[in-house]
Design a protein around this ligand. Structure first.
Ligand code: HEM
Length: 221
C-alpha cells in the first residue's frame, strides 16, 4: 500500500506540474502533451534511449500495475481489519481517527470512479474521436482542456474529485511513512502531519488553479 501509494503521489505531482503549462500557452502545453507521447519532432521523452512513443506505454503499464496493487492491498487489508475488529458499537466508538482516516475506503472508491470518468473524458475520448475531435478542438490538447473547463459544472465535479483525492492523500501520505517506520516520536508525528497537509494542499491548489483560470477566462482559446 505504502510503496504504490507514494509512487502514485509522485505521478500526481508530475501531472500537476505538467498541467500548469496551460498557463504558458497553447504551444507549450501541446508540445508537452506530444513530447510525452513521442509525437514531437525531437522524438519525445527519453528518445533515443527508447524508441519514440514507447515511454508513454511503459509508463501506463507501471501506473496501472501500481493502481491494481494498491487496490488489491486495500481489499486485503479491509478484509483482515473486518475479521480482527471488535463488532460491538461500544468498542468501535473508542477508536480515535481523523475524518480523512475514516473515509479512506469509501473515499478511495469515489476517487477511483471519478478517475474512470477522467480517463474517458480526456485520454479515451481524444483517442477514439480523432476525426471528429479534429473539428471540435483542431487536434489541440489545449483547446480540449479549455473546452471542458469552460463549463462551470465540470470545474465543480473536478473540485469535488480533488477534495476526495487530497483527503485520501493527506491520510495516505502520513500512513505510508508510518508503515515505513518514520513515525518514531511525537515530534516525528508532528513533522509527518505537517508534510502530509502540505502535499495535500499543494496538490489541491496546483491542480485546481488551471480549471478555475479557464472558467474565469484567464486561460482561453
Ligand atoms: C484538476 C485536475 C486534473 C486535470 C485538469 C487533469 C487533466 C488531464 C488531461 C488534460 C489529461 C490528458 C492529457 C493528454 O492526453 O495529453 C490527463 C490524463 C491523465 N490524468 Fe489527469 N488531470 C487532473 C487530475 C488527475 C488526477 C487526480 C489523476 C489521478 C488520480 C489523474 C490521472 C490521469 C491519468 C492516469 C491520465 C492518463 C495519462 C495517459 O495518457 O496515460 N489526473 N489529465
Amino acid at each position: 500500500m505504502a510503496v504504490t501509494g507514494l509512487l502514485l503521489i509522485a505521478f500526481l505531482l508530475m501531472h500537476m506540474f505538467g498541467n500548469l503549462k496551460m498557463f504558458i500557452g497553447e504551444e507549450a502545453f501541446n508540445h508537452y502533451a506530444e513530447w510525452l507521447k513521442g509525437l514531437s519532432e525531437d522524438g519525445g521523452i527519453l528518445y533515443p534511449i527508447l524508441p519514440a512513443g514507447w515511454f508513454i506505454w511503459i509508463f501506463r503499464v507501471v501506473l496501472l500495475a501500481a493502481v491494481v496493487l494498491h487496490i488489491y492491498s486495500a481489499a486485503k487489508l479491509w478484509r483482515r481489519a473486518e475479521a480482527a475488529s471488535p463488532s460491538t458499537y461500544e468498542a468501535k466508538r473508542k477508536l480515535a481517527q481523523t475524518y480523512s482516516a475514516r473515509t479512506m475506503r469509501w473515499g478511495g472508491i469515489i476517487l477511483a470512479g471519478l478517475l474512470i470518468f477522467h480517463l474517458a473524458q480526456f485520454t479515451v475520448h481524444a483517442a477514439l474521436t480523432n476525426g471528429s475531435f479534429a473539428s471540435t478542438y483542431q487536434s489541440s490538447a489545449y483547446k480540449m482542456v479549455v473546452g471542458e473547463f469552460s463549463q462551470w459544472w465540470m470545474v465543480l465535479v473536478y473540485a469535488i474529485w480533488m477534495v476526495a483525492v487530497c483527503m485520501h492523500i493527506r491520510h495516505g501520505f502520513w500512513s505510508a511513512f508510518a508503515t515505513l517506520g518514520a513515525n518514531t516520536s511525537p515530534r516525528a508525528k508532528v513533522i509527518l502531519d505537517a508534510c502530509a497537509w502540505a502535499i495535500a494542499l499543494v496538490l489541491f491548489i496546483g491542480f485546481m488553479m488551471m480549471p478555475v483560470a479557464v472558467l474565469f477566462g484567464w486561460i482561453h482559446f
